[in-house]
Design a protein around this ligand. Structure first.
Ligand code: MF3
Ligand code: CO
Ligand code: CO
Length: 268
């Protein structure tokens, strides 16, 4: 895997900060009655005009019978696990949960981050799932340092999700990131301590657990992108792009609102 130089790290910091700023911008527009298409358009305009950056998902992929992704962000509502395609026909209503996943390219480098939003008033289950999933991500991040392993990350996430009687999606994972959107290594959200690749300062990758309220099994819709839970129960996801440092991890996509909520513990 790539070890970034100091000047590449600086570019990743810029890309990460810009990606985070998109999530900060869009929050006030996540309201009952808004379509996911409207959210996509606002993010597209902001990324291209205000940030002078490129939305990486737009026209991404598209091989082996899968069409290129047609929009600039992913919007995954309720039982949609990931890669939801923004659409005029998907109008948000009170009680929904929605993941907005943003990836920007600035000066050749990628920043990739997502967060969950509540539409109107959340149910008790939705609140608990969203909080546990965010804490899974933070617990994964907290294991990261020069010399720790990828298995340490996966173990921390899986252990906390299952302790809370939720399940971890296995088919999608975090990824190395830099000049390439989805690079080596695969960062699994399950596994065993002290196994897998050892981490070194200067590596950058994402941690982006998808946690289901019910069973872990998923299904791909005929559009070849949208991933849903087989049992149609809720799914949540949070994502940060991180850099391995000598002493820990630097969160490249940190938002202002996160400074104090990092160590919330929702366990029973
Ligand atoms: N942002 C997603 C990730 O975290 C990837 C989306 S690919 C797309 O890796 F084509 F669906 F946009
Ligand atoms: Co990602
Ligand atoms: Co993403």
């Amino acid at each position: 895997m790539t070890i970034l130089t100091e000047s590449e790290i600086e570019k990743m910091r810029v890309a990460g900060r810009l990606a985070a700023s998109v999530l900060e911008m869009i929050g006030e527009y996540v309201q009952p009655g808004t379509s996911t298409e409207d959210l996509d358009q606002r993010c597209h305009e902001f990324i291209t005009n205000d940030l002078a950056s490129i939305p990486a998902p737009l026209n991404y992929g598209g091989k082996n019978g899968q069409p290129p992704f047609p929009k600039s962000i992913c919007t995954s509502v309720n039982h949609v696990v990931c890669h939801g395609i923004p659409s005029d026909s998907k109008v948000l209503k009170s009680g929904d949960i929605v993941n907005i996943d943003v990836t920007v390219i600035k000066d050749g480098f990628h920043g990739d981050t997502s967060k969950m939003f509540f539409v109107g008033k959340p149910t008790v289950l939705a609140k608990r799932l969203v909080q546990v999933t965010q804490d899974c991500m933070y617990r994964g991040i907290e294991t990261v340092r020069d010399g720790s392993t990828l298995g340490d990350i996966g173990y921390a996430i899986q252990e906390y999700a299952e302790r809370n009687r939720f399940s971890v999606v296995r088919e999608f994972c975090g990824h190395g990131i830099g000049r390439i959107f989805h690079d080596d290594p695969q960062v699994l959200h399950y596994g065993y301590k002290n196994t897998g690749q050892r981490l070194t300062a200067g590596m950058a990758f994402t941690i982006e657990p998808m946690i289901n309220a019910g069973r872990r099994q998923i299904r791909l819709l005929p559009d070849q992108w949208t991933v849903v839970t087989k049992d149609h129960k809720l799914s949540a996801q949070w994502e940060h792009t991180i850099l391995v440092t000598e002493t820990g991890a630097e969160i490249l996509t940190l938002r202002d609102e996160e400074q104090r909520t990092r160590f919330t513990d929702a366990s029973a």
